[in-house]
Design a protein around this ligand. Structure first.
Ligand code: FES
Length: 174
């Protein structure tokens, strides 16, 4: 006689962990005792280890923690901190907090998105630059503020933004 399945959330379909990303992800899950309550920490560690949270790791995590893939997917998509795709060679973080807002950061963000042809949280088509919004870089007196790597820029208008973007490739070439 066939057994009936339980009504609890269906864990993701089992899939052999055979890529380096899968193996790393499983090791991270194991380091947290495969505890579902540690999902956020696990996702942060996966992002730290792999640079983003690849779609392919979601069923691996779901299986390890005995969660459904939808549950893991829901958490990854809810928190904007998690990157779903690899970032660009450079990341430009534009502050959108109050002081920078009052100095025109919304206009700067629109310009940045138009120039790089990507939305906040995305990466330019050539893979060079990722664009991220942040909320206060501690440079409020020199708003609007922008952070590129560990270099902080103040009073960034659209012209200065273009200059910053233009220097990115050159810095890499040096
Ligand atoms: S509000 Fe933008 S740096 Fe503080």
């Amino acid at each position: 006689m066939a057994k009936t399945s339980k009504a609890s959330p269906q864990p993701a379909e089992a899939k052999p962990a055979n890529t380096p990303a899968d193996i790393k992800t499983l090791a991270i899950c194991a380091s947290y005792g495969n505890q579902p309550s540690e999902l956020l920490e696990i996702l942060h560690d996966v992002q730290h280890a792999l640079g983003h949270v690849p779609e392919s790791t979601l069923p691996v995590i779901a299986n390890a923690l005995n969660l459904s893939r939808a549950e893991v997917h829901g958490v990854v998509t809810f928190y904007h901190d998690f990157k779903r795709a690899p970032g660009g060679q450079h990341t430009i973080k534009v502050c959108r907090a109050e002081a920078c807002q009052s100095m025109g950061t919304d206009h700067l963000c629109r310009h940045a998105e138009k120039t790089l042809k990507t939305k906040m949280g995305g990466t330019s088509a050539d893979g060079k630059v990722s664009l991220e919004q942040v909320f206060c870089l501690g440079n409020c007196s020199l708003s609007p503020a922008v952070l590129v790597g560990d270099k902080l820029y103040g009073k960034v208008d659209t012209k200065r933004f273009d200059e910053i973007v233009a220097t990115l490739g050159k810095e890499t070439a040096q």
